[in-house]
Design a protein around this ligand. Sequence first.
Ligand SMILES: Cc1ncc(COP(=O)(O)O)c(C=O)c1O
Length: 251
Amino acid sequence: MGALSATWKKEFREGFEPLVPGFEHVPFNDTDALFAAVDGDTAAVILEPVQGEGGVHVASPDYLPAAREVCDRTGALLILDEVQTGLARTGRLWASERWGVEPDLMTLAKSLAGGVPIGATLASEAVERAFKGSHNSTFGGSALACAAGTAALEVVTREKLWERAESLGNLALERLRGLDSPVIREVRGLGLLLGIELKEKANPYVQALSERGVIVIGGGSTILRLLPPLVIPEDQWTYALDMVSEVLRHG
Ligand SMILES: Cc1ncc(COP(=O)(O)O)c(C=O)c1O
């Protein structure tokens, strides 16, 4: 309920209300709005370095440093949600490295165990010392999930998958931005977290790509989101981009 309360999107919230009170949402990449909302009564600021569900919006160069600064000034904690951006996806092991910002808490999940269900919350030592009470769960610390997590982390670091994410991502950005398409409004992203904003609804294109064997996900009604596995063979990535070009070129 706490995590859901921090989520902005109405579709996720409705049906579960009333949620935990005391959360305030501010527009992304608006430093003034952030500064106006955070004061000595603020417990924490929660951000994604690149918004995923929100439509692949990359934090501007000054946004995360500004968030760090206002948190330090007011005593709030900075929580970065790297569930989508972490583990090499954006071209660094942690996306926050790109902004030179260290969070007080970080959330991880998704690729952490290469697809085996796992989630983790990382905390600085100072924050960890403040944890009180019992935070347990039936499957917490599952030996299988943790073994898969250790193996996945070994592969990510040994193969430096952030380098692969960066080069395959740049290739895709260049190709997609060069497309002559009547329906593309904007292409954005970082590494292998890519978004194509369309001038119309994305669903028919999600369907058309699925029929060609390419799975993409929406991210807001007009956005196609591409998050391939970081180990995707180059010929498969080229094929996926060929298919994206094909369906979007014809509008
Ligand atoms: C950025 C982000 N944070 C958190 C979550 C929730 O992760 P989990 O379902 O592992 O709790 C998601 C799920 O899609 C997500 O995209």
